[in-house]
Design a protein around this ligand. Sequence first.
Ligand SMILES: [Mg+2]
Length: 282
Amino acid sequence: MHRPRRLIVFTDLDGSLLDYHTYSMEAAGPALHRLDELGCPLVIVSSKTRAEVDALTGLPAKPLVFITENGSGVYVHQDMSVEQSSPPEIAGEYSVLRLGSAYADILRCLDEAQKTCRVVIHGFSSMSTSEVSTLTGLDLNAAERAKAREFSEPFLFKGTADGFRLLTQALERSGMRCLKGDRFWHAIGSRCDKGVAVRKAFAIFRENYPGTIWKSIALGDSPSDVPMLEAADTAVIIQRHDGTSIDYRAKASQTVIRSQDAGPVGWNKVILELTEEREGHG
Ligand SMILES: [Mg+2]
């Protein structure tokens, strides 16, 4: 029996599919359309919130599955079947699988940890929309969406290295941890990361398309992308806007590709090459 072979693509947004400065995915347009034509699902795996992913422009189709806040939330479109919690949680056309901690719990733990460690952080919850806009380069509407957190708190830390170590230890004792993002630290539940969420999303695709043989590709540019890169057959390290790229050691039997261009320009070239290769193999 012929079993269809398909690529499934998991991608980071900021600095990978989206340009670090302009937040545009325009340069990746040809590759995005190629994936859409071939029926290859694109799963967004971002530190961004649901409100930000909902507002993305430039995608050829609505995503069947997307992952928010560094692996904390997995959103599955109602066209896909998924085992639900009871009662199921629905957001618009999507079912919500919560892998991360609730935002209120994160803020409470951060507050307690700051007091215990006598350090001060500056998190999104205490910033005005215009301050988030200034720090990120997002316009005010986009900054408002970035502040609509459900599972994690981005923050700046200005204290000493010792102070930061105490803070992370205190957070770890309360079931949280700190992830380094492109512009901020992120306080997040300790049980979730992009790798856990990608494995969950991949399992949902395999259950929904039992006859398909999948080959997975993951693309990212940051240390927080490493667990996601490790979960894929092909890991694509996207060059960062300053010309550097992260250290990455291939998992066994994994192919690793390093993009020769930064952000969506590199993303576009690598995906076009990978889809052409597959065409070549029939
Ligand atoms: Mg990134």
